[in-house]
Write a protein that binds this ligand. Structure first.
Ligand SMILES: [Zn+2]
Length: 78
């Protein structure tokens, strides 16, 4: 009977420890990053970061302007 009480005490202690370690609040949700309007791309000529919808596309990559596309000796793929 004595061992049974000790076993019960150990189980209560384990339960208390697990309960104490349990997070009191739900895990924080990830930060909303959907605020960015469009994906950022890098100019293949000067390395400037700009939104993808403002980038000028070439056969070798994306550029910040038609001048840089021409400077890279690239042309419009269309
Ligand atoms: Zn550029």
């Amino acid at each position: 009977m004595k061992y049974l009480l000790i076993l019960l005490l150990v189980l209560v202690v384990i339960w208390a420890v697990k309960r104490g370690r349990a997070p009191k609040s739900p895990p924080t949700p990830s930060k909303p990053e959907a605020s960015t309007p469009s994906e950022m791309v890098t100019c293949a000529q000067c390395g400037l970061h700009l939104p993808q919808d403002e980038a000028v596309s070439g056969q070798k990559g994306l550029y910040c302007s038609t001048d840089h596309r021409a400077a890279a000796h690239d042309r419009n793929p269309v």
